[in-house]
Structure formats: structure tokens, C-alpha cells
Design a protein around this ligand. Structure first.
Ligand code: PLP
Length: 360
């Protein structure tokens, strides 16, 4: 499989359940929820952080919290969640193209798309590859736009000495079971402005401000105690987890790094990576197409993923609304990209076997 959820020792998790049986406090900002919030704030070196039941609701509600209306410049080379969150807020996504070197949003493309209706930018640190955060800030300042990062893949990454959640007006992290750090399902928003923090607190709890004052059209997106307990366990093992992933990624590089027609993303000098994904681009100069490699791996019971294919602009539910030919690089990458299996327990022997099938 492309991924396998990391788990703490069974007893480590179950030992945390006893206090819950004693207190009967299972959700609604309980002790583990609050402890996790404090620990994550510290780990990510961010000013404000709010926990959610999943990453998608975190993104939907942070967009709502900014109370914006109009066009949002974003990327089609992402998971369904990014585009859906924008659309479900009644905002209009406008799609910029991506960079060929790291598949993040192309800032030249952003500037061409800014209109009087533009209110925000929602870039994605796709695969944990970091967007050009400095240039994005420049554009946002110039046109007075909010910047809300989809940082679902970027948990724990540091860039130029700062936590990745310190960039932009807000960032969403996903703690889904398949992500580097998880709470079974879960997510968080990091933010700078304390007012946004208060809004998020209300919006994830039905917009309830106080017992008799309901101030927003909120949702229910609170993280429960069982999720938070899993997070507290996993956080203790995170460094080991990332270290193991790094080792696997280095092995992949050893086998595939010098192959004609295969492009791999470099981790820049100023970035401390989390080794979340291992995307491989099969260019036309390689002897097999991406789809061929995908099928051959599948025949050997190895499940790589065409992540991200199709582009969100090509989804059935958005039929005829967007034009993916306007983002030709995104289109090109989506047709040639494959993410290979990567998780802490992946055996080096398996990495070798995967690469042999690809190169055969
Ligand atoms: C996983 C993911 C999300 C959504 O996170 P969930 O926690 O699964 O709701 C959003 N954006 C991207 C890019 C993701 O990979």
C-alpha cells in the first residue's frame, strides 16, 4: 500500500483511556484536547492553533472565519478537499498553474489572475513541497488578499528557520490516519489573529458564543478526546517516524535518482522536511508511461497512487465549470505523476523491489 498508519503501542494508547472512563468527558474541549493544542502550538512554533475533527472541516471553517466573498486563487493540483472547501463556502475558485520543479502554485500565474473580485489565495504545500511563501506574501500585501495555506501535507516542516504554519494568515494541517502525524481523523488551523481564533472556536461548535448567544452559522467539527489521546501518543514518536521515512526516501533516491526520464523533487537547503510523500514524475523520455508503471506495480500487489490525478478542475462534479487546459503544467504533471509507497515500517527490501519493477 502507498501508506500505512503509524500506531503507538496498544498499551500506551489504552493507558490514556482510564481518565476518560473516570471523568465521562469525551468531547467538547476536554483535557487531552487542550493538552494537544498546547503541545502542537509549541511543536509548530505558532501563535494560535485550533483543533478540528478533520482537516477538511478545518479548511472550510477557516475560510468562513475570514468572512470573505468573491474569488479565491488556488491550484487544481491537489486533493478534492481544497477546491471543495472553497466552493462549499460560496466562493469562486480561480485556478493558477503550478511550477514544474516542485508542483506548488506558480506565483507568476497568481498575479495574472488577480482581479478586483479577488479576496484570497489558497496555495497548497503539495507533498510537503513548500510554496514560494515570500513571493505569495508580496502579492497578498500588494493586493490586500488573505493567504490561507492548505498545509495538509506539511506538518512539522520548517522553512528558513520558521515553522511552516507561521506563514500566511492561516494554515490548515490534516491529521488523517494516512498523514505523517495523525489523530485517526483530525486537523488544525494555525492563525495569527486572535479574533480568528475566537471565531474558529465558535464555528466548530455550532456558532455558539455563550449559552444564550449563537453568533455564527457554525458547524460541528470539534476534535474528541479519543482523537486527541492518539495525537498525544503519536507526537511522542514523531521524530523517530520522520527519521525512518527519511531513510526510505534516501533509498528511493539511490535507486531512481540518476534515471533518465524520471524526475524527483529535491528538498531545498533551507527546508527541514517531514518526508510525507515520494512523488515520481515519469517524463516522456522514460521507457514506460506512468500508467504502465502503475499497472506493473499493481500486478505485483504494490499499490502506488496517481496522486493527484485527475485535477480537481476535471472532476465530474465541476463538469464544464472550469477549463483544465488553462493550467497546462498542472495537466502535464497530473498525467505523469505517481506517489510510491512510503511509511515508517516500509522495508528497504521492498523499496528495492519497487524500484526494480519500475526500472525493469
Ligand atoms: C488530507 C488532505 C486534506 C483533508 O484532510 P482530512 O483530514 O482528510 O479531512 C486537505 N488537503 C489535502 C491536500 C490533503 O491531502
Amino acid at each position: 500500500m502507498v501508506t500505512k498508519s503509524s500506531m503507538p503501542e496498544f498499551e500506551e494508547y489504552t493507558a490514556m483511556l482510564r481518565p476518560l472512563w473516570e471523568s465521562h468527558w469525551l468531547t467538547n474541549m476536554g483535557i487531552y484536547h487542550n493538552e494537544l493544542e498546547i503541545k502542537l502550538k509549541k511543536y509548530l512554533t505558532v501563535q494560535g492553533l485550533s483543533l478540528f475533527t478533520n482537516g477538511h472541516m478545518a479548511l472550510e471553517l477557516v475560510l468562513q472565519a475570514f468572512n470573505i466573498d468573491g474569488e479565491v486563487i488556488t491550484t487544481p493540483f491537489t486533493f478534492a478537499s481544497t477546491t471543495h472547501a472553497i466552493v462549499r463556502n460560496g466562493l469562486k475558485p480561480v485556478f493558477a498553474d503550478i511550477r514544474k520543479d516542485n508542483f506548488t502554485i506558480d506565483t507568476n500565474s497568481i498575479e495574472k489572475l488577480v482581479s478586483p473580485k479577488t479576496v484570497a489565495i489558497v496555495p497548497v504545500h503539495v507533498y510537503g513541497n513548500i510554496c514560494d511563501v515570500d513571493k505569495i506574501k508580496q502579492i497578498a500585501d500588494k493586493y490586500e488578499l488573505k493567504v490561507i495555506y492548505d498545509a495538509a501535507h506539511a506538518f512539522g516542516i520548517r522553512y528558513n528557520g520558521k515553522g511552516i504554519g507561521e506563514y500566511g494568515d492561516a494554515s490548515m494541517f490534516s491529521f488523517h490516519a494516512t498523514k505523517v502525524f495523525h489523530t485517526i481523523e483530525g486537523g488544525a488551523v494555525c492563525y495569527k489573529n486572535a479574533e480568528i481564533g475566537e471565531k474558529l472556536y465558535e464555528l466548530k461548535n455550532f456558532g455558539i458564543q455563550s449559552e444564550e448567544v449563537i453568533s455564527g452559522v457554525g458547524a460541528n467539527a470539534k476534535m474528541n478526546e479519543f482523537q486527541a489521546a492518539m495525537g498525544l501518543c503519536n507526537l511522542k514518536h514523531l521524530e523517530t517516524e520522520i527519521h525512518k521515512r527519511k531513510y526510505i526516501v534516501e533509498k528511493y533516491w539511490e535507486y531512481l535518482g540518476d534515471t533518465k526520464g524520471i524526475y524527483l523533487c529535491h528538498i531545498p537547503e533551507n527546508t527541514i522536511s517531514n518526508y510525507a510523500y515520494f512523488p515520481v514524475l515519469f517524463e516522456d523520455t522514460f521507457k514506460k508511461s506512468r500508467d504502465q508503471v502503475y499497472e506493473e506495480l499493481k500486478q505485483n500487489n504494490i499499490y502506488a497512487r496517481k496522486y493527484f490525478y485527475p485535477l480537481t478542475t476535471d472532476y465530474n462534479c465541476y463538469h464544464n465549470q472550469y477549463d483544465s487546459t488553462k493550467t497546462p503544467i498542472a495537466k502535464y504533471i497530473a498525467q505523469r505523476i505517481l506517489t510510491l509507497p512510503l511509511y515508517a515500517d516500509l522495508k528497504l527490501e521492498q523499496v528495492k523491489q519497487i524500484c526494480e519493477i519500475i526500472l525493469h
